[in-house]
Design a protein around this ligand. Structure first.
Ligand code: BYC
Length: 312
């Protein structure tokens, strides 16, 4: 029976159809999806912190409104993604507990500090740019609820990226001090942005299996290369220098070559020892604890509604 169901699952995946929550799926497929989608959801929620740091200090009402809307979008993305994990049988409370206990990962990128307002622009341009590169192919991922969530997430991420680029363009047309601020932010965020795509293919434990299941549609190195190729002309248009002396066009490969990424730094940050890991997780834990009364009130209200509907 299982062999028959597995054949049907393989057929659906090979035919580029979607696997849906009620369909049979191998345990490993379900576990991999829960791992990846939960990490992705955690990244969206933790990712609210570095930018929210600047909401109260945004330089104008317009920039404050834009930043507020963007950070709210990230919360929405986290919620769609947690909802997608629930369709696989995961429990949201359990996932949050694993995150705050350091038993589940979130993206390395959000463990770096946002030191100036230019960081808001650079996060939009580079971090959201990298996120788009990684997530557009996930609109074709084999699991239906994840693929559908990604379509909306990517539309919103495109706005985020454009707001970052527009912010930086504005600063680059400003004073010399503003231009220096932008360049300093680019210098600090470039390498961590390249690390977002994950370890090199030969050190990526999950890629082969995830590609076979069509959860991932490209390898980490393929997407990283695509991001570099896409970003170089944008940096030129902006008038900033990407901090890599080895970055240059390679006509034979038809791609840009780039320097060696500091993988020791990556693994340190992923392992919990980056500049802001402790602060990010502590803040998340405190927000969860402080929000307990909201969850209790919502549950009490839902129970009351159910009682009233039962009595009617
Ligand atoms: N940070 O076998 P691999 C966003 C872990 S964007 C931390 O290649 P996989 C946002 C990996 O989990 C950011 N950990 O893994 C943007 C694995 O450990 P486990 C979130 C990382 O899953 C703007 C181990 O290293 N995006 O949210 O095949 C504003 C070996 O890696 C990282 C997504 O999550 C990293 N950078 O490939 C606000 C997109 N990279 O789990 C928010 C969906 C790797 O075996 N996720 N690790 O213990 C993916 O596409 C894939 O999960 C990845 C990694 C490409 C990230």
């Amino acid at each position: 029976m299982d062999a028959e169901r597995e054949r049907e699952f393989d057929r659906v995946v090979a035919a580029e159809q979607r696997v849906e929550p009620r369909d049979w799926m191998p345990d490993g497929y379900r576990k991999t999806l829960i791992r990846q989608i939960a990490q992705h959801a955690h990244s969206e929620i933790i990712g609210m912190q570095p930018e929210a740091n600047w909401i109260s200090r945004a330089p104008s009402l317009r920039r404050k409104a834009i930043l507020l809307a963007k950070v709210q979008d990230e919360a929405g993305h986290g919620l769609y993604l947690y909802a997608a994990t629930e369709t696989l049988g995961a429990d949201r409370e359990d996932l949050t507990t694993r995150l705050v206990q350091g038993r589940q990962k979130y993206s390395s990128i959000f463990n770096y500090p946002t030191l100036t307002f230019a960081d808001v622009g650079v996060i939009g341009w580079l971090v959201d740019g990298a996120a788009i590169c990684n997530q557009v192919p996930l609109c074709r991922t084999s699991y239906g609820p994840y693929a559908r969530a990604m379509i909306r997430v990517c539309k919103e991420e495109s706005f985020h990226q454009r707001q970052g680029y527009e912010l930086l363009m504005t600063m680059m047309r400003g004073t010399e001090a503003q231009r220096r601020m932008v360049q300093d932010a680019v210098d600090r965020w470039w390498w961590p942005s390249l690390m977002m795509f994950g370890p090199p293919d030969d050190a990526s434990s999950n890629t082969e299996r995830s590609m076979a299941w069509r959860i991932k549609r490209h390898t980490n190195d393929e997407l990283r290369q695509k991001f570099v190729d896409m970003t170089v002309p944008q940096a030129e248009a902006l008038g900033v220098t990407l901090p890599d002396p080895e970055l240059r066009w390679n006509p034979e490969r038809g791609h840009h070559d780039f320097g060696q990424i500091d993988w020791d730094e990556f693994w340190r940050v992923v392992g919990g020892d980056g500049p802001c890991n402790r602060q990010r997780v502590d803040h998340r834990r405190a927000a969860h604890e402080n929000g307990a009364w909201v969850r209790e009130a919502a549950a009490a209200y839902a129970a009351k509604q159910a009682r009233q509907e039962g009595a009617a």
